[in-house]
Design a protein around this ligand. Structure first.
Ligand code: FMN
Length: 396
């Protein structure tokens, strides 16, 4: 059986599957449920000292929407949008530390890692909460620079991640005061994610989580009103390509260890995040939707894949796909691919003719024909309802 253990920013994890900082890690009982599934670690719910945000946690709102943006009632669709507005841990700092201490003790006995998460309201409180979490025994700290719910004066949430100067100062100050590795959790709403991560890396961040959620808005057109009364953190399986791009670009440009978050829902997604450079993968929404048991399924799926493919260790797949992700300039040098229509399966529906925006599929004797004008984009083969279009031969 393949070895699932990974090293992430100097800390050994028995496997790369983590439970994200969120409602599924809201208290000891919640973290215990994750740890009991055998995952590598849990990231405790973010702690803040901003009262307004602590109060907001008493008024959470969440909607799970289907492909038509209607509230899901019953069977969970494969593609969904989860939009929510919650807040942070509502306990006092002392109470929260007792929860962390208990979780750390429970996790240690099961070879799992507890990571503390911080969302301070001022420079001082970011550092103070970090110090308290370290004293409570966490193995790492995650600084939540990516929360979609913004705090006062831009000192909390997405604005911290977007304000390179403040983020750098905060990482430097925290680094001086704590010795456990620091992970910066970024917002996906950065104009240049590589540049922003580069700055916090230089300032001393030991790792980065890519990413927290987008801020979104979902509307109920029957009522002409938003779900959850306003904007909220928005995600779901459809986010995965954006996260893959972020992980890939950062992994290519920088040596900083990466934890993938945002849009992973099963073991295949976990492997995708790892193949572009993540050392660990976090799950949140999918666990909220399908339950903690999903984590065991993810571990089993990952193991079975690695065994089937003959990998000795999961470390081998980290970043393995990046060499195949070509730059635009490299793509231009590739040989053209050509496509052909299988006449026996073609039902002459014309979908391919309509879908070829390069005008390369023409009607000939009432059947579509791919002409020499084909540029090899392959879109027609996706559109054909009979799978009657396939790649033919390569030309120069
Ligand atoms: C209800 C809810 C609460 C969340 N709370 C936090 C939080 O306290 N701290 C944090 O860093 N991220 C928080 N997140 C973000 C998640 O940790 C995670 O990064 C995000 O949902 C994307 O991952 P996913 O696609 O696996 O859900 C929250 C997400 C949800 C849905």
């Amino acid at each position: 059986m393949a070895d699932l253990s990974v090293e992430f920013a100097g800390i050994k994890f028995k496997n790369p599957v983590l439970l994200s900082s969120a409602e599924p890690t809201f208290n000891f009982e919640a973290m215990k449920k994750g740890i009991d599934q055998g995952i590598g670690g849990v990231i405790a719910k973010s702690f803040t000292d901003v009262e307004a945000l602590q109060e907001l946690v008493n008024k959470p709102e969440m909607s799970l929407l289907d492909e038509d943006h209607q509230v899901v009632r019953g069977k969970i669709p494969g593609m969904y949008t989860h939009i929510s507005r919650t807040a942070f841990a509502k306990e006092s700092l002392d109470e929260w530390m007792r929860i962390i201490e208990k979780s750390v003790a429970y996790a240690r006995e099961r070879d799992a890692v507890v990571i503390g998460s911080v969302a301070g309201g001022s420079m001082d409180s970011w550092v103070n909460i970090s110090k308290r979490l370290e004293a409570a025994g966490v193995s790492m700290l995650e600084l939540n620079f990516g929360c979609p719910h913004y705090g006062p004066a831009g000192t909390l949430g997405g604005p911290v991640g977007q304000n390179d100067k403040f983020a750098v100062e905060l990482v430097r100050n925290t680094k001086k005061q704590v010795s456990v590795p620091i992970i910066v959790k970024e917002t996906p709403q950065l104009s240049n994610i590589v540049a922003s991560v580069g700055k916090v890396y230089e300032a001393g961040a030991d790792a980065v989580t890519l990413t927290n959620r987008f801020l979104g808005l979902a509307l109920n057109i029957e009522e002409g009103k938003p779900y959850i009364h306003g904007v909220g953190g928005c995600g779901g399986p459809w986010v995965k390509p954006f996260t893959l791009r972020a992980i890939h670009q950062v992994a290519r440009a920088l040596a900083i260890p990466i934890s993938g978050s945002n849009g992973a829902t099963d073991w295949k997604d976990a492997l995708e995040f790892m193949m572009v450079g993540a050392s660990t993968v976090q799950f949140c929404t999918a666990v909220m939707v399908h339950g903690y048991g999903l984590l065991t399924e993810i571990l089993n799926g990952m193991s079975a894949y690695l065994d089937r493919k003959g990998y000795g260790t999961v470390q081998e797949i980290i970043g393995a796909a990046n060499q195949h992700v070509l730059a635009y300039s490299e793509v231009a040098q590739l040989a053209k691919e050509r496509y052909q229509i299988d006449e026996e399966n073609c039902i002459q529906c014309g979908a391919c003719v309509e879908a070829c925006f390069y005008g390369a599929i023409a009607w000939e004797d009432e059947s579509p024909r791919i002409t020499d004008a084909c540029l090899g984009c392959s879109f027609c083969s996706s559109i054909c309802p009979e799978s009657a279009i396939s790649q033919s031969k390569k030309t120069g």
